[in-house]
Design a protein around this ligand. Structure first.
Ligand code: RRO
Length: 300
């Protein structure tokens, strides 16, 4: 039987379907589904919610808004902080049957260096993802909007770990391909895109911003064609592999991203509707049979 196995940055994966960071809580899912989750784990690698150096509460509610074909989140990076992650979450995530990718974000280079060094030093961690593209940070600083800032951030951490570094790009930038080139030039081993598109839903009763954080990030099928265009633009600009995402809800959607130049794909918003979506999408991709052709054209 042929299979969908791939390598991402030298790490063997049993298939090409990851989760988008922050869209699947594997620890809560293990509590809900028990060992059945491990036996039928929906993804071929697991990407954590972004970890920051200090613990964070996240943004005030409301944090979500539904749009036609999409969802806007203003979660605001709630997490236990580096120490809470290493002591509390990492031992549980190490039980997952797939390679672990830890997403990190620092508010300055010193924070990023500490995060990358500490997380990258753990044997349970296969790769790191640098999130330079969260739309919901109160400082408003978006490193991933700017090639020079991205270059500096990746250079600051590159020597702190020997593990592969994936840089998560922002769609809220004038030229994502230029940012991808900067990430590659500074030593990124892969890029992932897209994060969410900045948006601002209004409360229909008051016409004031609905979200507690005022603005948020749009995800879901509504952004798929934006993501495909950006993946294709980035694929034309860099040689490192691309983790493509943005509204993938079927095997056919996933195949579109591979055809646009992604080496592997990630499922995000669809997992809120169907927690086993990653597995279904992998099976649909396999049944479509186009994966081999696309893979030969765009090797990871
Ligand atoms: O936590 C969030 O609000 C969040 C993050 Br870190 C991100 O990278 N993208 C997003 O849509 N929301």
């Amino acid at each position: 039987m042929s299979d969908l196995s791939v390598e991402l940055c030298g790490v063997p994966l049993r298939g090409p379907v990851l989760n988008a960071s922050g869209t699947f809580d594997a620890i809560a899912a293990r509590r809900a589904f028990g060992d059945a989750l491990l036996e039928r784990f929906p993804f071929d690698a697991f990407v954590t919610k972004t970890v920051t150096l200090a613990p964070r509460q996240g943004n005030p509610p409301p944090r979500l808004w539904e749009t036609p074909g999409g969802m806007v989140n203003s979660i605001g990076l709630p997490n236990k902080g580096l120490d809470g992650f290493l002591d509390g979450d990492l031992p549980q995530l190490a039980d997952l049957p797939v390679p672990l990718v830890v997403s990190v974000m620092g508010f300055d280079h010193t924070e990023l260096e500490r995060l990358v060094q500490a997380v990258g030093g753990r044997d349970e961690v296969a790769m790191l993802e640098l999130n330079v593209s969260c739309p919901n940070v109160e400082t408003g600083i978006l490193v991933g909007a700017d090639p020079a800032e991205t270059d500096a951030a990746v250079r600051a951490v590159r020597d702190r770990t020997t593990k592969p570094l994936i840089v998560k790009l922002s769609p809220n930038s004038v030229d994502p391909a230029a940012v991808a080139r900067a990430a590659e030039g500074a030593g990124a081993d892969a890029v992932s895109l897209i994060n969410t598109l900045k948006g601002m839903p209004l409360d229909p009763r008051t016409r004031a911003p609905w979200l507690g954080g005022r603005t948020g990030g749009l995800s879901g099928p509504a952004i798929r064609v934006v993501a495909l265009e950006q993946v294709a633009a980035v694929a034309g600009a860099v040689d490192v592999p691309i983790v493509g995402m943005g509204g993938i809800a079927s095997g056919s959607d996933a195949l579109d991203f591979l055809a646009a130049g992604a080496g592997v794909v990630a499922v995000g918003t669809e997992s809120f509707r169907d927690p086993s979506a990653g597995r279904r999408i992998g099976a649909e991709l396999f049944a479509l049979g186009g994966f081999e052709t696309v893979r030969k054209r765009q090797p990871v």
